[in-house]
Write a protein that binds this ligand. Structure first.
Ligand code: GCW
Length: 715
């Protein structure tokens, strides 16, 4: 087993690692180096104590064998690669790998096992006392191995009819917003809340490849198969990763390849100018096309399985095709043309809006921008362009409607972009389990209930002819010993991968998987209490966060000074960013209707264009996103807007206080380092939630003059 950097002793989950005191742990992290996250050695106990046969060739099969061999060495089992061995409990085999033990051969020949299993799929079965994973391609064996790990002891119980497993979505990607140079404002990782980058440090490659490998292993275990290794805001040093610093990228690709992860790179659209010395980056210019073709060829010479480019163009100051009077299809197709001969894709972000808006101008609506720019281009993108769309029309707020772009481009490959890093959801100081939010988005049916879902669009099963663009998320990992700053934020990373593999998974079931792996029985004093507490603290934490922050989908109200952390109701109200709430003494919210507002509701197909337009039918949680209403407006819940604001803010703080109480009961039951770190963060969450409650309630009380019907203290 590849050990995370600096880890020499056993993995650090569990009460066995009691060396640091609570205070030490809060500052130094877990004993022995880096927390094992969802792959502690104990999670491999059931598998590692068995007789395991691995059959097949190829790099990823070697990885599977290494995993099995190390687990067996630790837990007393036996790992073999040749079929000669008599007894066997688990077989992981490529179907064309030659003779298989008789029970496995029988299942392989059975009716249910017919047809291709695909590039990443596998068949899992148990018959005649043998558990088996069969695949047609090595990646399938790797994912099958981690399935067996997830099942734990249950993988070796009773019979299991042969069942096929394959990812719903073929591109399952994490975008790192990591900078090579420390950015004067954004630091080493833009919107990073887990320390420095695991890839870069102060202008150089970090070269902590053990840690990169350990990361790849965690990602493979939850199903992620691609990452981009630098920020979408590409500054001068980062631009050079494409050319003279390509070696740094190749090293990362080498470290991640054994776990089936392809490396992608964020590039600047101005590369031909800033790196190539050309006078222009015009996408229709022949010399520019030739430059990209040559640069891309060199990338593939060095990294044959390179994934492709990620581009943020004409967005928040990044260069793009608009400079040359060209549109985003021209821009994206330029890079796609260069990547096509090698099978690469360009992820072209749809996050394009006017970030120099005049707050006085009520006709400009940032929510409209992505659709206005991209929907007219549907059908013009090459097959290897993926247009990457943030899940909501604004910017990763805790609550937004689903972006209408996802229903507007049936002839374009679309990826849905989530933010695992908690920029607007508590910055990994607050517990905010985001799987329920993502799951809602993925299950949303843009053409109406019963129709294709957002997950279908990402998978290429939407109403149009386009293939799927996949799911992408901004990563939340850094060089922090717990990987994610807040240990419970590991669950968000895990859940993103699992939902990308199977968007229909229940977030609670995903959390159970994560709990079982991260806190395996035998490493905690009281597994039932651990499970109950984690569910109580995490299941509803996204809605709790929503309750004590901006109300009813209006968004923002975050502090600009603190990089979006903590409340500042008017912080963005008179700014250029297009994120306003328009509260006055009568009411609050953004009128995005066709009748009297910005017309944004018209970007949705029916029934949503009608539902969102209607004051009566618009879902409560999105009311202020779509409508400007008086404080006395009665919600579907029966409460008024102003009373809802008061009630949810008092309730949200109450819930955080309860989370904190519950967590205390885990003292002495789990790894003290994890306990101490979460305790410290919950203290901060409660402080911050109180601040949110008091600022929001006070602001709206002062604006409206309407008292709380329950007479609670408002300042
Ligand atoms: O949410 C905003 C962030 C920026 C980010 C941008 C984007 C990388 O505040 O930090 O830039 O989104 O998604 O490009």
């Amino acid at each position: 087993m590849i050990r995370p950097h600096g880890t020499t002793g056993p993995a650090t989950t569990g009460p066995a690692n009691t060396s640091p005191t609570a205070t030490d742990a809060a500052t130094t992290g877990p004993a022995g180096g880096v927390h094992a996250a969802w792959l502690p050695p104990e999670a491999f106990g059931p598998l590692g104590s068995r007789r395991v046969l691995v059959r097949g060739d190829g790099g990823l099969v070697d990885t599977v064998f290494d995993e099995v061999e190390q687990a067996c060495a630790r837990h007393g089992g036996r790992a073999a690669r040749s079929a000669g061995d008599p007894g066997v409990d688990l077989v992981l085999a490529l179907r064309d790998a030659g003779p298989l033990p008789a029970p496995v051969a029988r299942v392989a020949r059975s009716a249910g096992a017919g047809g291709s299993l695909g590039a990443e799929g596998y068949l899992l079965a148990r018959a005649e006392g043998v558990t088996m994973v069969l695949a047609d391609a090595p990646a399938g064996l790797l994912y099958g191995l981690f399935h067996v790990v997830r099942l734990g002891a249950a993988a070796f119980d009773g019979d299991r009819p042969a069942r096929r497993h394959a990812p719903a979505v073929s591109l399952r990607m994490l975008d790192h917003w990591d900078n090579v140079d420390v950015h004067p404002v954004m630091g080493q990782v833009e919107r990073g809340y887990a320390g420095g980058s695991i890839f870069w440090h102060a202008g150089a490659a970090r070269r902590d490849l053990d840690r990169v490998r350990a990361y790849g292993r965690l990602l493979a275990a939850c199903g992620v198969n691609a990452i981009s290794v630098n920020n979408v805001n590409v500054h001068a040093t980062e631009a050079r990763l494409l050319t003279d610093r390509l070696g740094d990228v190749a090293e990362l690709a080498d470290a991640l390849r054994p776990y089936g992860i392809r490396v992608h790179l964020s590039v600047t659209f101005a590369a031909p100018v800033v790196l190539g010395g050309l006078p222009t980056a015009d996408p229709l210019d022949a010399t520019v096309r030739a430059w990209w073709a040559a640069a891309t060829r060199q990338v593939y010479e060095r990294i044959p399985d390179f994934g492709g480019y990620v581009v943020k163009a004409d967005s928040e100051g990044q260069p793009g095709p608009f400079t040359y009077g060209r549109d985003h299809a021209d821009g994206a197709n330029l890079l796609a043309e260069a990547l096509a001969p090698f099978g690469g894709v360009v992820h072209w972000r749809a996050f394009v809006y006017n970030h120099r808006q005049d707050w006085r101008d009520r006709s400009t609506d940032r929510a409209r921008a992505a659709y206005d720019h991209f929907a007219p281009l549907d059908g013009r993108f090459r097959d290897n362009v993926v247009v990457q769309v943030k899940f909501g029309p604004i910017d990763f707020q805790p609550r937004e409607p689903v972006s209408p772009v996802l229903a507007a481009m049936p002839a374009t490959r679309l990826a849905v972009e989530f933010q695992v890093t908690q920029e607007y959801t508590g910055q990994q100081r607050h517990v905010c389990y985001l799987a329920p939010c993502w799951s809602e988005v993925l299950a949303f049916a843009p053409w109406g209930p019963g129709g294709p879902t957002v997950a279908d669009v990402a998978a290429g099963a939407g109403p149009g002819p386009a293939a799927g663009g996949g799911l992408v998320a901004v990563a939340n990992v850094g060089d922090d010993p717990f990987w994610t700053g807040h240990p419970l934020a590991q669950a968000n990373l895990y859940a993103f991968g699992r939902l990308a593999w199977d968007p229909r998974l229940d977030p609670r079931a995903v959390l159970d998987e994560w709990i079982d792996l991260t806190f395996p029985a035998g490493t905690t004093g009281d597994p039932t209490l651990v499970r109950r507490t984690l569910h109580a603290v995490m299941d509803d934490s996204w809605r709790t966060y929503e309750r004590y922050t901006a109300p009813l989908g209006v968004g923002f109200m975050v502090s600009p000074a603190n990089h979006h952390y903590g409340p500042d109701v008017d912080g963005y109200e008179y700014s250029r960013w297009g994120t306003y709430h328009f509260a006055d003494r009568e009411g609050v919210g953004v009128d995005r209707t066709r009748a009297t507002g910005t017309g944004f509701t018209g970007q949705y197909p029916k029934p949503w264009s009608r539902v969102y337009e209607s004051l009566r039918d618009c879902p409560d949680e999105l009311l202020l996103f779509f409508h400007h209403v008086p404080y006395g407006h009665v919600l579907q819940s029966g409460s008024t807007v102003i009373q809802h604001i008061y009630d949810t803010h008092f309730a949200g703080v109450q819930q955080v206080a309860e989370m904190r109480q519950r967590w205390r009961r885990l003292a002495g039951v789990i790894d003290p380092a994890v306990h101490a770190r979460v305790t410290e963060r919950l203290d901060e969450q409660l402080r911050c939630a109180i601040e949110w409650r008091d600022q929001i309630n006070t602001y709206f009380f002062r604006k409206s003059g309407v008292p709380d019907v329950r007479g609670r203290r408002i300042h």
